[in-house]
Design a protein. Structure first.
Length: 148
């Protein structure tokens, strides 16, 4: 009887240790994407590190947003993006305002996509390709969608 009780206590202690370790792992912050402050989702007018606009939450309409230090509207002018989510949210970018027109691309926490990785047909805002096409951002918890 005493041996059975010791085994159960050992099992309980082991499970408690796994639970604590799991909590520590889950509490670790996501790694930051390049050129983007922690907690933000950033888009760039050209390559990573160029003029940017940062989002902390979803934004259904980029038509009234401008890249920092420029007069360039964000809508249909995004060439690169970086995700520095501290909450594990994916950045999902859509062709049209209000998350319409379909998903253009998404970026995982701690990751980025540069201009050379996005397809482009040379015409802004025509819903063909990925560069120069996005008009809204929705933050989503981890999904099964393949993201950059």
């Amino acid at each position: 009887m005493r041996t059975g009780m010791l085994k159960r206590l050992g099992l309980a202690a082991g499970l408690a240790g796994v639970g604590v370790a799991g909590s520590l792992i889950a509490a670790a912050p996501a790694s930051a994407g390049p050129y983007c402050d922690p907690g933000n989702h950033c888009v760039f007018v050209a390559g990573l590190g160029s003029a940017r606009h940062s989002y902390f939450n979803s934004d259904s309409n980029f038509t009234d947003d401008y890249f920092t230090g420029t007069s360039v509207v964000v809508s249909d002018n995004v060439w690169s993006a970086s995700n520095s989510s501290t909450g594990g949210y994916e950045s999902h970018y859509y062709y049209d305002i209000n998350y319409g027109g379909g998903l253009v691309f998404c970026v995982n926490p701690g990751s980025s996509v540069n201009a050379s990785q996005l397809s482009d047909d040379g015409i802004n805002g025509n819903w063909v390709g990925q560069r120069d096409e996005v008009s809204s951002l929705r933050l989503r918890p981890a999904t099964s969608i393949r993201c950059f």
